[in-house]
Ligand binder design. Structure first.
Ligand code: ATP
Length: 262
């Protein structure tokens, strides 16, 4: 199932994840809620894609489907990666474990030996600039530091004892939304730095256009419920990010007002 990046044709056609005609309806009959409808989307190995949409358009539903936490009612999802790691708005760390032990947990579950776990934890703590805080428990850390631990734990969850040729996929559901503006700004920069040092594909959900343009190589706009892809933009080679941010914001407003008029 793993994509082999052995020729340029493969490189172009390889996907970490592909959604084809994906739909999701919750409930039945008169109470049925169509959250997603005919979503077509793919993310290439190592690509950073931001999924943007108004509140309630189905972004979290889509991430849950890709994560395998729920099943689509229509269409198919093809994963060519190891099991995706998920990071949420709340760090959801184990409060009784130190930062280091929290990061170690997925490595333990994946079957890494003790020495390997210790060196990987040290590496990941260093990657998220928390080398001196591995012994601290979550309540001793700031909100931003807790999200750094959560990021390191998510990256740990993408590690495999064998089969390292499988590309990794990180699913992020508004991970910085609960942080103050300055911390959010710092963590966005940190995420980009970490992303550049790993080969992980990222599908990042946000309703913040500026965040999407700053982080994503591609920004994909979902319509209001039922969510479907209405437009996408590449941010690569864009010199004027303000102009792009304004253009996407305008399109997002249109999408929201279309929905409000229904
Ligand atoms: N388990 C469920 N049962 C019924 N309806 C659901 C369920 N989960 C989500 N929905 C509905 O599906 C729609 C999409 O929800 P979802 O949480 O995916 O949106 P979202 O874009 O992530 O929103 P937000 O940005 O506010 O987090 C909403 O109308 C929501 O009420």
């Amino acid at each position: 199932m793993t994509a082999t990046l052995s020729s340029s044709e493969h490189v172009q056609s390889a996907t970490a994840v592909r959604l084809t005609g994906v739909g999701k309806v919750f409930g039945r009959g008169q109470r049925a809620v169509a959250a997603l409808d005919g979503v077509n989307l793919s993310v290439a190995p190592g690509e950073f894609v931001c999924l943007l949409g108004a509140s309630g358009c189905g972004k979290t539903t889509l991430l849950n489907l890709v994560a395998g936490l729920d099943a689509p009612t229509a269409g198919t999802i093809t994963l060519n990666t190891s099991r995706p790691a998920v990071m949420f708005q709340e760090a959801a760390l184990m409060p009784w474990l130190t930062a280091g032990r929290n990061i170690e947990l997925p490595l333990r579950l994946a079957g890494f030996g003790r020495a390997d776990r210790q060196s990987k934890v040290a590496e990941l703590l260093d990657l998220v600039r928390l080398s001196g805080s591995g012994h601290k428990r979550p309540h001793e850390l700031s909100g931003g530091m807790r999200q750094r631990v959560a990021l390191a734990r998510s990256l740990a969850a993408t590690q495999r004892v064998k089969g390292t040729d499988e590309p990794a996929l990180l699913l992020m559901d508004e991970p910085f939304a609960a942080l103050d503006a300055i911390t959010r700004d710092v963590l966005q920069g940190e995420l980009l730095r970490v992303y550049e040092r790993t080969a992980t594909a990222v599908l990042f959900v946000t309703h913040d256009v500026r965040e999407a343009v700053r982080l994503g190589q591609r920004v994909v706009l979902l319509s209001s419920r039922p969510g479907r892809v209405v437009q996408e933009w590449s941010t690569e080679d864009v010199t004027d990010t303000e102009e792009l941010t304004e253009e996407i914001t305008g399109r997002l407003r249109e999408v929201i007002s279309t929905h409000a008029g229904r």
